[in-house]
Design a protein around this ligand. Structure first.
Ligand SMILES: Cc1cc2nc3c(=O)[nH]c(=O)nc-3n(C[C@H](O)[C@H](O)[C@H](O)COP(=O)(O)OP(=O)(O)OC[C@H]3O[C@@H](n4cnc5c(N)ncnc54)[C@H](O)[C@@H]3O)c2cc1C
Length: 429
C-alpha cells in the first residue's frame, strides 16, 4: 500500500526532521506532526549552553519559524498522543480527537531519570530537558550563590560550566570516579576535570546524594552519603534519561531499552517506525541493540525513514558523533569509546587542544577531539571505513599526524561502520 499520510508523534529533533525530509524527498501526502510542547519545534543542545548563558535567545533555538510549517503543509498538532489504535491506524489525542495514518513515526524522545532521594520535590530542585526547564533554571541562576549539580554527565557538567561562569559557587557530586565516565575515555575525562577545577567548580567523585534538606519548602542544603552537608539554593540533577516507551508498549510493540526496531528502523508493526532517543536499534557492526541520545542520531534516522517512505529504503548505518561545549572546551566525539582497551593521546591536553584515539582489540573505535575540529572531521571519515586500518602502534609513533596519515592511506573502500557500545548519554548516577 502506498503511503498517503504520515503521522509523527513527537515534535522534537527527530520528529521535525522526519517531516522536513519527507517534503525535501518529494512526499506529497499529509503530514501531521503531533507534539505536546508549546510553540514550534526547537533544538535542545543550546539549552544547557549558549541559551542558559543568555548568549542567544528563543529565536535561535527554533528549528523553523511558524510560516515554514504552513508553507510545507506540515500540520502541527499541539497535543499529547495518548494511545495508538493499530488496527484502525489512528492516534488518539488527549482532547479525545484522533489522527489517522498510513505510516506512523514514533519520535517521542526520552525523559530525565528522577532523583531518588528524600527532598527531591523541594522547590529549587530541577532537571534540564525542556525549554521550560532552561527558562526556570536561568531565572534561578540569577540569584543562586550555592549550586549543587548531581551527576557529572554531559548535561550536568555543561550546567556546572554555565553556573560557574555566571558567578555561582558550584559543587558537583558524581558517583563514579571521573567526569562523563561512560561516554568518554579516562584521558578526556582528565582534561575536563582539570578545566572545571580551574574554573573553581568543586568535583566530588565517588559521592552520592543521600537527601536534600529544605527550609520553608525550598532547598536549603544537601547531604552526601558520607554525611557532609553542602549549602544549596539550587540543585540541578542530570542522572541520565529513560526512553519514552509507554505509548508503544501499551500498543503492544516490542520494547528493549527503548522501542525496538530493526536496521530499517521499523518496529514490530510494519506500519510504525521509531527513531531518535526513544528507539533501540541494532548496531550495524556488532548487531547489539543500542540507543543513542544525540542530534546526529535523531536527524540521520529521520532522513533514513523519510527515504524509505518515499521508496528509497536502506539500512540505517552511520558513524555516531556527538559534541559537548563547556566554556572554552569543545569536545567532539566520533564513534563509541566504551570498552576501549588502548588510548593514544595526540596534541596537548595541557593546552586544551588534544585528540584521544581509542582502540579496542587493535581496531580504532572512537576519536575524542578537544578543540581540534579538523581531527574530528578526519576521524569521522576514517571510522566510516570498513577497517579503519590505523594501529595503536602507528598512532603512538613520535610526530604522528592524523591528517598526514589519512592522506597517505586513502586506499581502503568506504563503508560506514558503527563500533559497538552502549548509549552515549548514559545515566551517571
Ligand atoms: C539540555 C540538553 C543538551 C543536549 N546537548 C546535546 C549536544 O550538545 N549534542 C547532541 O548531539 N545532543 C544533545 N542533547 C541530546 C539531544 O537533544 C537529543 O538526543 C535529541 O533531542 C533527541 O531527539 P528526539 O527527537 O529523539 O527527542 P526530543 O528532542 O526529546 O523530542 C521528543 C518530543 O516528543 C514529545 N513527546 C513525547 N511523548 C509524546 C506524546 N505522547 N505526545 C506528543 N508528544 C510527545 C516530547 O515532549 C518532545 O518534545 C542534549 C539534550 C538536552 C536535554
Amino acid at each position: 500500500m502506498s503511503v498517503q499520510s504520515v503521522g509523527i508523534i513527537g515534535a522534537g529533533q527527530a520528529g521535525f526532521q522526519t517531516a522536513a525530509s519527507l517534503r525535501q524527498d518529494g512526499f506529497d501526502g499529509q503530514i501531521a506532526l503531533i507534539g505536546d510542547e508549546p510553540g514550534v519545534p526547537y533544538q535542545r543542545p543550546p539549552l544547557s549552553k549558549a541559551y542558559l548563558l543568555g548568549k542567544i535567545g528563543l529565536e535561535a533555538l527554533r528549528l523553523r519559524r511558524e510560516v515554514y510549517f504552513a508553507a510545507h503543509r506540515i500540520e502541527l498538532v499541539h497535543e499529547r498522543a495518548v494511545a495508538i489504535d493499530r488496527a484502525n491506524r489512528r492516534v488518539r489525542l488527549k482532547s479525545g480527537s484522533s489522527v489517522g495514518y498510513d505510516h506512523l513515526v514514533l519520535a517521542v524522545g526520552a525523559h530525565n531519570r528522577a532523583l531518588p532521594v528524600p527532598g527531591a520535590n523541594l522547590d529549587g530542585v530541577l532537571g534540564l530537558r525542556t525549554l521550560a526547564d532552561a527558562d526556570e533554571l536561568a531565572v534561578r541562576l540569577k540569584h543562586a550563590r550555592d549550586v549543587v549539580v548531581v551527576g557529572a554527565g554531559f548535561i550536568g557538567l555543561e550546567f556546572a560550566a554555565v553556573a560557574s561562569a555566571l558567578g555561582a559557587s558550584v559543587h558537583v557530586l558524581e558517583l563514579a570516579d571521573r567526569p562523563m565516565p561512560r561516554a568518554v575515555s579516562v584521558e578526556t575525562s582528565r582534561v575536563f576535570a582539570r578545566a572545571h577545577e580551574a574554573w573553581g567548580v568543586r568535583l566530588d567523585f565517588g559521592q552520592a546524594l543521600a537527601r536534600i534538606h529544605g527550609r520553608d519548602g525550598a532547598v536549603d542544603h544537601v547531604e552526601t552519603t558520607d554525611g557532609r552537608r553542602l549549602p544549596a539554593e539550587l540543585v540541578d540533577f542530570g542522572i541520565g534519561v529513560l526512553p519514552n516507551v509507554s505509548l508503544a508498549s501499551e500498543a503492544g510493540l516490542d520494547i528493549e531499552n527503548g522501542i525496538r526496531v530493526g536496521s530499517n528502523l521499523l518496529t514490530s508493526d510494519l506500519a510504525i517506525s521509531a527513531i531518535g532517543g526513544c528507539a533501540s536499534f541494532p548496531n550495524s557492526h556488532s548487531g547489539e541493540l543500542i540507543r543513542l541520545e544525540s542530534v546526529q542520531n535523531a536527524t540521520d534516522q529521520a532522513r533514513a525513514v523519510s527515504a524509505r517512505i518515499v521508496g528509497k529504503p536502506g539500512p540505517y548505518i552511520a558513524v555516531p558523533w556527538f559534541w559537548t561545549e563547556q566554556r572554552d572546551l569543545k569536545l567532539q566525539m566520533a564513534g563509541l569509546s566504551s570498552g576501549y582497551d588502548t588510548a593514544v593521546t595526540l596534541g596537548s591536553p595541557e593546552a586544551r587542544s588534544t585528540s584521544v584515539l581509542c582502540f579496542r582489540a587493535g581496531r580504532l573505535v572512537a576519536v575524542e577531539s578537544v578543540n581540534s575540529p579538523i581531527d574530528h572531521m578526519i576521524a569521522r571519515r576514517v571510522l566510516a571505513r570498513p577497517t579503519p586500518a590505523l594501529s595503536p602502534i602507528d598512532a603512538a609513533a613520535p610526530g604522528f599526524d592524523l591528517k598526514a596519515w589519512e592522506a597517505a592511506s586513502k586506499t581502503a573502500p568506504r563503508r560506514p561502520a558503527i563500533p559497538s557500545g552502549a548509549e552515549l548519554m548514559e545515566p551517571t548516577q
